[in-house]
Design a protein around this ligand. Sequence first.
Ligand code: GRF
Length: 202
Amino acid sequence: MTLNIAVLISGRGSNLQSIIDNVESGYIPNANVSVVISDNKDAYGLKRAMNHGINAVFIDPAAYQSKEDLDNALLDVLARSSTDVLLLAGFMRILGSDVINAYSNRIMNIHPALLPSFKGLHAQKQALDYGVKITGCTVHFVDEGMDSGPIILQKSVPVLDSDTEESLSERILAQEHIIFPEAVKLFAEGRLYVKGRRVHIL
Ligand code: GRF
């Protein structure tokens, strides 16, 4: 059986690229990126999808009256792509409960901080402003809160005195590109077991 992966993006799509590359290389076994969905028509990630012959779909938030309608449109695309797992890779919206419930423990997000520190936007700047010496990135399952679901993998990254938001973001991003595919590989291998807040790796 092939695992059908859907990826939601809003922009650059470098994490999307790392997923595509690791599926193509076989590091993530028996899997296929079946659709890439963006809420931004200019997202470079849509081009990345097309370059790999992957169905690239723009869902225009402005075309829907309510958040529920937008979520239903999303659910429709996901169902048509026989989605097994949904990856949020720089997707800048909060999913509604219909989507969360339909894919319970099958939605993963990558966040550029060591959760539960520095949730939300500009996590790298939050870390710099706070003055932490170590930050990092987190892959977690998505629940109805913001950046709050059970944690799958984390990787720490040092904060240097000379860091700017850009240099720190770049150092974190390099680790994101490692742990996101790793988490998806574990999922594809059936090795993630969620018990309460804890994700056990079998
Ligand atoms: C990454 O830093 C990710 O952690 C955050 O948004 C950024 C997306 O970058 N959620 P990209 O679009 O994957 O290049």
